[in-house]
Design a protein around this ligand. Structure first.
Ligand code: UT7
Length: 320
């Protein structure tokens, strides 16, 4: 059994912050950000929440799929920035879309989260446990960045993307995932510090710490490796793949991955110019954009790959 994508959706907040807006907050400029990252602007929440964005993306996926939300048996939300730890975002989405028969829970593997949730959904489907699963990646990175740190705040944006999988006869997806907790300090995000519990401990806002070059090198090495791993498991060659949908962190990372794989960059679609790095949401937002622009046709082979904090990285090879 395989989970075929029968609907996709995405949502980004309407408020846009471009590179010039950022240059009024930190010592940076449009030329530096474009050249080093490929990012021109990002969408930032005002009143919206992570769960709200997840629910909006889900509604669009449900509408496109034509299914009744009551058919959804499981909701998985990949997020590391939900405003509430509980109830989980998946239960909030369930309420918003009326998926009254679904179970739901959240998964946190930062920017790798959507691909891991997608793989989890595929495993449930191939084990015969569920037939219809809604998978979402949603993050509000603007709540987590330190807006005085030009090394990180320029990179991120907010958004959500969703895909609905339905069981069909067919070969299961080819999946791989890895973690390296020892390298975890290269990219950390703190949650709000406990308030009032210990005398003298101040309420500390969430923020991200990153060794940018360390994460860059990790991604450029590990993404080609995991792509080759799933290709080998599938008995396929690089030229058998139509599109590589990678986590949208930095244009230079994606270009370096394509180069290391000796593959044409045209098979690595990108949209980070518009949205920046929306963490778990980058892969499903890009999937949805391509789907709605009719870029996919039946039988095409796709590889999804995410990488990020943990450190974590994952991939999935499947047929559209
Ligand atoms: O989901 C995973 C999330 N994380 C990532 O994907 C991060 C991966 N890493 C990166 O994308 C890149 O390392 C960055 C974009 C974060 C940084 O690019 P870089 O080419 O590695 O720059 P750098 O840190 O080596 O800095 C080069 C120079 C430094 O100045 P000096 O020391 O050469 O004078 C920085 O102080 O650029 C300076 N700089 C900036 N200048 C203007 C750093 N950030 C900025 C900035 N604007 N925003």
């Amino acid at each position: 059994m395989i989970g075929k994508i029968c609907g996709t959706g995405s949502y980004v907040p309407p408020h846009i912050m471009d590179n010039d807006d950022l240059s009024r907050i930190v010592d940076t400029n449009d030329a530096w950000i474009r050249e080093r990252t490929g990012i021109a602007r990002r969408h930032i929440i005002e009143d919206e929440t992570t769960s709200y964005m997840a629910g909006q993306a889900a509604l669009r996926a449900v509408e496109q799929s034509g299914i009744d939300p009551k058919e959804i048996e499981l909701i998985l939300v990949a997020t590391s920035s939900s405003e509430t730890v509980f109830p989980c975002a998946a239960c909030e989405v369930q309420k918003m879309i009326g998926a009254v028969n679904a179970a739901g829970f959240d998964m946190n593997a930062a920017c790798t989260g959507f691909v891991l949730a997608f793989n989890t959904a595929q495993a449930y489907i191939s084990a015969g446990l569920y037939r219809t699963i809604l998978v979402i990646g949603a993050d509000s990175m603007s709540n987590m960045v330190d807006w005085t740190d030009r090394g990180t705040c320029i990179l991120f944006g907010d958004g959500a993307g969703a895909a609905i999988l339905q069981a069909e006869e067919g070969e299961p997806c080819i999946m791989a995932a890895h973690s390296d907790g020892i390298k975890g300090p290269a990219l950390t995000g703190l949650s709000r510090h406990r308030k009032g519990r210990e005398p003298g401990v101040e309420d500390k806002e969430s923020y991200i710490h990153m060794d940018g070059q360390g994460v860059f090198k990790f991604a450029v090495r590990k993404v080609p490796e995991i792509v080759e791993e799933v290709l080998e498991k599938a008995g396929m060659e690089i030229d058998d793949i139509d599109y590589f949908i990678l986590h949208q962190a930095n244009r230079r990372i994606i270009e370096a991955v394509a180069k290391r794989l000796h593959t044409d960059i045209s098979r690595f679609p990108m949209n980070l110019e518009e949205y920046a790095n929306t963490s778990a949401a980058t892969v499903p937002i890009l999937l949805d954009e391509m789907n709605r622009n009719n870029k996919f046709s039946k039988g095409q082979k796709l590889i999804l790959s995410g990488f990020g904090a943990g450190l974590t990285w994952a991939a999935c090879l499947f047929e559209w």
